[in-house]
Each structure stands twice: as structure tokens, then as C-alpha cells.
Design a binder for this molecule. Structure first.
Ligand code: ATP
Ligand code: MG
Ligand code: MG
Ligand code: MG
Length: 478
């Protein structure tokens, strides 16, 4: 079943059941506290909090999402993309737990010929919040699930809130059992590789007053209206339905992976590290394409910096596959072809987005060319001396003179089994900033610094800006 077909079935299932079909919002969230749209519910936050009255009692969408928090998982797990699509059904004070559970069960287990997704009942497990006896009863009654396939989990897994006073509530998640070849028995409470999380049902029922942490908060009372927010990972369902191993092998992503394999002359499936690199490339190219299509341009801060980082990671992964020549033209074209049916705007914006991507690739390849030799020599010297860490001086020189971002130096060092003397690097950065400040004062009124690499100058700081923003993503994550 192609991803587009899953999307079609999803929207017609909920559309037929009284849900207003709402098109995906931009990846660039309207919410100024969020860097990106990280979940299907984000565009509906004002309706959930009651700030704006919901214009419909129930809605459904297939929402483009970016989760930079998952970047380190990409390619290593089967299930984490920086870009993915979250299919949601939402109730604003309309149906509640029973409705959410019975819709989810019906869509998953109805046969393909009846318009459903055709999952076998015996492959599905659920988790519920530990105190939520009502949900347990409903899973037994509505879905006929046997007790042993319903597992209780605590607040860290099965309780949703925004991290601030406001709405919150228990959730219940649906998992697919991939089979004994992927791990031991025991259900999702013990193994999230064999048991793959596909769908989260949030029962938004309480008003929270004090929120001290994810697991430590006080409930003020019941919300006047109880809401439903659900999110099903479309790529996860697609990879199960397409009978492939992971989300980077689905129809919307695989062509990029194949293009990376072709360009590098390496075979996917032959070597683990290469496979991870190809999956990272396929994921990041798609995420970058979708971000640029939604208007983000590479830059040194905020959203643009995340995009820049994704693009550079692609360059870097291609180099690790042995490709030093430019490859973005081919990679992005493969992604465009795979995504344009679902998102025609990818085609419409391609002239601009490909220009941005190619420009970024060119600049970064130039940077790499000048810094790589120095870094390689420094790594070799450090290892020969038996030292555990690259010196802060080297990291600083690379950064300051060659525009080599510190995260790249850290990555290269890590691959070579080394660390970086981060304390010394940070101290040099602080000194340099103080110097730059003094300089700027002295030079006030003169022309700006036109050094080729000036765009990389602020790197040390922007890395942290990036992470600060990333923290705010976690507000919405389940
Ligand atoms: P996981 O535990 O696997 O990281 P999650 O609990 O963080 O997932 P939720 O916040 O509950 O995910 O999001 C709802 C659904 O969206 C998940 O059940 C999953 O199917 C999908 N999903 C979440 N994160 C990703 C991702 N990075 N890539 C692809 N799908 C995702
Ligand atoms: Mg997660
Ligand atoms: Mg979840
Ligand atoms: Mg989870």
C-alpha cells in the first residue's frame, strides 16, 4: 500500500465520520514559541486551550512535522525521521475516549477491501496510563483485546501535557508486533523495537495548575470540555504495509536512498555504517526539501540553522560514502519526484529550493576542502601521541580560520575514537567574542568584514541557540 493510499484512506475514513478535513499547515509553526510544527495537533492548539472557539466539533489532517529532537536517532532506529507526517483525528469537546478507541481500532483492523488498513488484530498491543482503568475496560469491550496485550505505563510514557499550566491528560498508545525475529516477547512496555509504536491517543481531560516536570504536576480539575488529540505516524504504518524494514525504505523516501547508493557505488544492505549514512541522507534530503518548500532558507540562526545543519550532514554523509563531488542536484531531484504527488508545492517551488540547496552545498564543500586536511592531520597526531582529545586550539583554528563548524569537528573526532577539549575551545571562543566586540567598537562606521567564511563565524553561539529552541519542541512530544 503506497503512502498516498494510506493518506487517502485515513482522510476518507474520518471524513465519512463527520470530521472536517483540514489541509496540512506549514512546517513553520504560527506559534512563536515553537520552532517547527512537531505534531498534528499544533495548528489546533488555540481550539484545545479554548483561546479560540473551535470552528468544527471534529477534524482530521495529515500534518507535515519536523522533530529535530530525533535527529540522532535517524537511520539508527527504524522509525525516527526528522520529517514525517502525523495523521490525526481531533475532537473539540465532542466524542471522547470511547470514540477515539473505537475509531482507531476500526480503521486499523478493517480489511483493506473495506477501506481499512487491514492489520491483524493479533499483531496489535496497547499501553494505557497506569491509573486509567476506564481505557482498559474500553480496549477490552470495544476492541475485544485480551488483558495481557494491554499494558500500564507511568506518566513519563503515557501522560501528555504542554509543560505549562493548561490542558493535559492520560494517553493510550497502539503498537504493532513485528514478530519474534525482532526481539523477545513481553510487549511494548519492555521492547520498542519489536513492538513498534504507531498511534498515540491523547485523552485531554484535565486542567493542570502547577507543572514542575513531565511527571510532577498538580491537577486543578476537569476541563469544561474534554478533547481528543491523536497522532498516527504515517511512515511507520507505510513501512509495515509495504513490507520493508524501516521508514527510510518506503515509496516516499527510498528513491533518495537508492540515488545515494548509485552515486557512491556502494550497495545498500552490504555494510551497517554505510546503510545508516544512506538512511540519514534520504531522511535529511527530504526534510530539507520540505523545509525549503515551506519558505525556510539556510542561515546561521533559528530555523535556518537547523536546515543548514541538515544539509551539511548530507554533504558529510556523502563524503563518508566516498563521494566528494557535488550530489545535491541528483539527490534533491529524486526527493522531489517522490514527494510531488502528495505535495505539488514541492514542484512549484523547486527552482528556488534547488538553487538554495546547490548554493549551500557548494559553499560547504569549499569549507570542507580547506579544513579537512588540517583536521585529518590533527586527528592522526593526537592518536599518535596517545591523547584522548583533540586540542581546543585545533578545534578553534578550524572554526575560526576555515569556518569548520564545531559540531562537525566533534563528529569527526568521535568517529576516530577521540573527544574534543571542549572547555579550551569554549574559552577561546569567549576570548574571540570579547576581541570582536572591542574591534567592532573601534571600527564603528567602517565597512563590514567581507571574509568568505564570515557566515560561519557565529557558529559557536548558534549551536546553542539551536539547542535552546529544540528544548521547546519537547513541550508537545508524547
Ligand atoms: P517514539 O517513542 O517512537 O519516539 P513518540 O512517542 O515520541 O514516538 P508521539 O509524540 O506519541 O511519538 O507522536 C505520535 C506518533 O507520531 C507516534 O506514535 C509515531 O507513530 C509518530 N512519530 C513520532 N515521532 C516520529 C518520528 N521522528 N518519525 C516518524 N514518526 C514519528
Ligand atoms: Mg519520540
Ligand atoms: Mg508516543
Ligand atoms: Mg513513544
Amino acid at each position: 500500500m503506497q503512502t498516498a493510499e494510506i493518506q487517502r484512506r485515513w482522510l476518507s475514513f474520518f471524513g465519512d465520520r463527520g470530521h472536517t478535513v483540514v489541509p496540512s499547515a506549514s512546517l513553520v509553526s504560527d506559534d512563536p514559541t515553537l520552532l517547527f510544527t512537531v505534531a498534528g495537533m499544533v495548528p489546533f492548539i488555540p481550539y484545545f486551550t479554548g483561546v479560540v472557539p473551535a470552528p468544527f466539533p471534529r477534524a482530521t489532517s495529515v500534518q507535515k512535522c519536523i522533530r529535530t529532537l530525533d535527529i540522532e536517532e535517524v537511520g539508527k532506529t527504524t522509525r525516527h525521521g526528522t520529517f514525517f507526517q502525523m495523521n490525526g483525528n481531533f475532537s473539540f469537546g465532542d466524542y471522547f475516549k470511547e470514540g477515539a478507541i473505537s475509531y482507531a481500532w476500526e480503521l486499523l483492523t478493517s480489511s483493506e477491501s473495506d477501506g481499512g488498513l487491514g492489520f491483524e488484530e493479533r499483531d496489535l498491543w496497547v499501553t494505557v496510563y497506569e491509573d486509567d482503568d476506564e481505557a482498559i475496560e474500553l480496549w477490552k469491550r470495544v476492541a475485544g483485546l485480551p488483558e495481557h496485550r494491554i499494558q500500564r505505563l507511568g506518566k513519563s510514557d503515557n501522560y501528555w501535557h504542554t509543560g505549562q499550566p493548561g490542558p493535559g491528560g492520560p494517553c493510550s498508545e497502539i503498537y504493532f508486533d513485528r514478530g519474534p525475529q525482532f526481539g523477545a516477547d513481553g510487549g511494548p512496555a519492555v521492547d520498542d523495537t519489536r513492538y513498534l509504536e504507531i498511534w498515540n491517543l491523547v485523552f485531554m481531560q484535565y486542567l493542570l495548575k502547577e507543572v514542575r516536570s513531565k511527571t510532577d504536576f498538580d491537577i486543578a480539575g476537569e476541563l469544561p470540555k474534554k478533547n481528543i488529540d491523536t497522532g498516527m505516524g504515517m511512515e511507520r504504518v507505510a513501512f509495515i504495509k509495504q513490507g520493508v524494514d524501516n521508514m527510510y525504505e518506503i515509496d516516499q523516501v527510498r528513491p533518495v536512498l537508492d540515488r545515494a547508493a548509485e552515486l557512491s557505488g556502494r550497495r545498500y544492505g552490504a555494510e551497517h555504517d554505510d546503510d545508516v549514512r544512506m538512511r540519514v541522507i534520504a531522511d535529511h534530503v527530504r526534510s530539507s526539501l520540505m523545509l525549503m518548500t515551506d519558505g525556510v532558507s539556510p542561515s546561521n540562526e533559528g530555523r535556518g540553522y537547523i536546515l543548514r545543519r541538515l544539509l551539511r550532514r548530507v554533504v558529510r554523509a556523502m563524503r563518508l560514502l566516498g563521494v566528494d563531488a557535488p550530489s545535491f542536484a541528483e539527490l534533491f531531484d529524486a526527493s522531489r519526484l517522490a514527494m510531488r504527488d502528495a505535495y505539488p508545492e514541492v514542484d512549484a517551488e523547486y527552482e528556488r529550493t534547488s538553487r538554495l540547496a546547490l548554493g549551500e552545498e557548494e559553499t560547504f564543500l569549499r569549507t570542507l576542502a580547506s579544513g579537512t586536511t588540517i583536521l585529518d592531520v590533527a586527528v592522526a597526531d593526537t592518536k599518535r601521541a596517545g591523547a584522548p582529545a583533540l586540542s581546543g586550539d585545533t578545534a578553534f583554528l578550524l572554526h575560526d580560520t576555515f569556518g569548520f563548524p564545531i559540531d562537525l569537528t566533534l563528529e569527526v573526532a568521535e568517529e576516530a575514537g577521540l573527544t574534543v577539549d571542549r572547555g579550551a575551545f569554549d574559552a577561546l571562543m569567549t576570548e574571540q567574542r570579547a576581541r570582536a566586540k572591542a574591534d567592532a567598537k573601534a571600527k564603528k562606521g567602517k565597512l563590514a568584514d567581507l571574509s568568505v567564511y564570515s557566515e560561519f563565524r557565529a557558529q559557536g553561539e548558534t549551536v546553542f541557540t539551536g539547542y535552546d529552541y529544540l528544548q521547546t519542541d519537547s513541550r508537545i512530544l508524547g
